[in-house]
Design a protein around this ligand. Structure first.
Ligand SMILES: [Zn+2]
Length: 581
């Protein structure tokens, strides 16, 4: 029977190029070897399982190779290399300071230091978890480190750089190893799976990578477990079940319930989750993470923060488009409050239920995605026309009509904000609409026509409103493709100012940005006109006078400036009850 070897050992890299995720670092090491500029002591810092010891071994092998390759890699065939690969080389000594941290252990090591190598040029001493050495062991070691024989190289490794004494630090060349990104881990696991002939869903590997939290060794060991659980067919559902991770499906479903205000289904879903043995507090934290992921997905700039497979990322983006940022902030806040109350609550289930109920209510007065429903934004005009004679300022004029109209969310029409907005401008709308659209048709027939009219064909000129201008400005910025990320980022900081019934001005502090904005002008206007129901909407860009650019002195002023540029920041601060520190 073939011997079973754990993946972390079987797929341990044997040369620098095979080391995953430490490209810059391995390149530097290779250069040092190729140019023969070796230090006497190296300090490898970084989280566990990212390749510190592996690199130390590759390094030791490479500098002892009798016929090294040009790039600094070991040949893998000479006597020294063979001895390394078969783990019988006398030129490498490993000491795990976590378990061997006494003065005696160090004395034993210093004895070995005195004996020159028989094959190859260098003796390499790897001291793992060097911060664990006792104080007296440290002192004993320091003497050896100060005056080592020419053939000795120390490689010290630690997960806790801050615990290394300055006297040691100053004598070492320091290399910082990077935590593995989820993507790198997933790629490597996929490679191993293919080599071993297993099938694996990328989402499943993503879950393993997240659980391993940046450590490749841990990821490989979880991977091995999952292989034995699943018999080599690694699916997301199986891994989620075995790692006791709640499937993200639940959260996607739950947010969909929130968006339509479905309290009953939300509570049933919670019941299902609790029945499966998951903890309510963890569930709420998972929900908060899900909402955070949605928030991050709303913006092309922050999208890279989502460390997951493309398929999953698309799924997040899709749901994120249905949510308003405000809804997400408020829902995250609810989860945060619930999390705090949960720990001390005597009825924990009720805490979670209240949180879910409140989250479903968030959407009641503020249905997300309002801008995408042409029928609803148009209806008030015509219902008012029909009920023209009874229109009185201050009354929610549309309410009596809602029962007869097939609006998706009729209650939204009667909210105070909408009613107020309608009242402030009925004259303008009535005049424009009746003039341009009605001709000889009856009001009833036109109403039917309008329902089928795509929003782009509207030729009315609704006066601009700051809030919808702002919203649609951001929507446009967010719709810009990846290649235009740079200008999109700048546009996010700009403040469109209404200067007339159809004109908007933007002040910028660089002529170059004006050029870039002018390139987008036609596209921008084309995008915003139907959405703001203003066919004559026109943008102009002005260069700011230098004196007008405010100088910022303190952090507090900096925050105020940021709030001025992006008013939604003020909302975020308010929603999360943040305080300036
Ligand atoms: Zn060799």
């Amino acid at each position: 029977m073939e011997e079973y070897i754990v993946s972390a050992r079987k797929y341990r890299p044997l040369n620098f190029d095979a080391v995953v995720g430490q490209r810059a670092l391995t390149a530097t090491l290779k250069n040092a070897i190729a140019s023969g500029k070796l230090a006497h002591a190296y300090l490898f810092c970084g989280p566990r399982g990212v390749g510190k010891t592996t690199c130390a071994r590759i390094f030791a092998k490479a500098i002892n190779c009798l016929t090294p390759k040009d790039g600094g890699d070991a040949c893998g065939q000479c006597e020294s290399c063979m001895a390394f690969d078969q783990q019988r080389s006398m030129n490498i000594h490993e000491l795990d300071a976590a378990s061997n941290n006494s003065v005696e252990d160090i004395r034993e090591l210093t004895k070995q230091v005195q004996i020159p190598p028989q094959i190859g040029k260098y003796k390499v001493f790897i001291i793992d978890e060097v911060h664990m050495l006792s104080a007296s062991a440290f002192n004993a070691f320091l003497k050896t480190l100060e005056e080592p024989p020419s053939y000795v190289i120390f490689i010290l490794a630690t997960t806790e750089k801050h615990k290394i004494l300055p006297t040691i630090l100053s004598r070492c060349q320091v290399y910082d190893f990077q935590r593995m990104t989820t993507q790198l881990t997933v790629d490597h696991l996929m490679y191993v799976a293919q080599k071993e002939g297993y099938t694996a869903e990328p989402e499943a590997l993503s879950l393993i990578a997240e659980k391993a939290d940046g450590g490749m060794r841990d990821a490989l060991s979880i991977f091995d477990q999952m292989v034995s659980f699943t018999g080599g067919n690694i699916t997301y559902e199986q891994v989620a079940k075995n790692l006791n991770v709640l499937s993200t499906e639940y959260y996607f479903q739950l947010v969909d319930y929130f968006l339509v205000g479905n309290v009953q289904s939300s509570l049933l879903l919670l019941n299902d989750v609790l029945n499966k043995g998951f903890d309510g507090g963890n569930f709420i934290n998972g929900l908060a993470t899900h909402l955070r992921n949605l928030l991050v997905s709303q913006d092309a700039v922050t999208l890279p923060l989502l460390e997951m497979s493309d398929k999953m990322r698309n799924k997040y983006q899709e749901q994120a488009q249905k949510c308003k940022a405000k809804f997400l902030y408020q829902a995250i806040k609810l989860c945060n409050d619930c999390d705090q109350a949960y720990r001390t609550s005597r009825n924990k289930r009720l805490q979670v239920e209240i949180c879910l109920i409140q989250a479903t209510q968030l959407t009641e007065d503020d249905i997300p995605g309002a801008g995408r429903r042409p029928a609803r934004t148009l209806r008030p005009i015509f219902t008012k026309l029909a009920a023209k004679s009874q229109t009185t300022a201050g009354s929610p004029v549309v309410a009596p009509q809602t029962a007869a109209t097939p609006a998706p969310q009729p209650q939204h029409l009667a909210t105070p904000a909408t009613a107020k907005a309608n009242v402030s401008e009925p004259k303008v709308i009535l005049r424009k609409v009746s003039f341009k659209r009605f001709g000889g048709k009856t009001a009833e027939k036109t109403d039917n026509n309008i329902q089928e009219t795509p929003v782009e064909e509207i030729t009315t000129n609704k006066p601009l409103e700051e809030i919808s201008l702002q919203e649609n400005w951001f929507a446009y910025v967010n719709s810009l493709p990846r290649e235009q990320m740079a200008i999109a980022q700048r546009m996010r900081m700009l403040q469109p100012v209404i200067t007339g019934p159809s004109s908007v001005e933007i002040t910028v502090n660089s002529p170059q940005i004006i050029n870039e904005l002018n390139n987008l002008k036609t596209d921008l206007e084309h995008y915003l006109r139907p959405r703001l129901q203003n066919s004559e909407l026109s943008f102009s860009f002005e260069l700011a006078e230098q004196e007008a650019v405010q100088r910022i002195y303190s952090k507090q002023e900096h925050l105020l400036e940021l709030e001025r540029m992006n008013p939604s920041l003020t909302n975020l601060i308010k929603e999360l009850q943040l305080e300036f520190d």
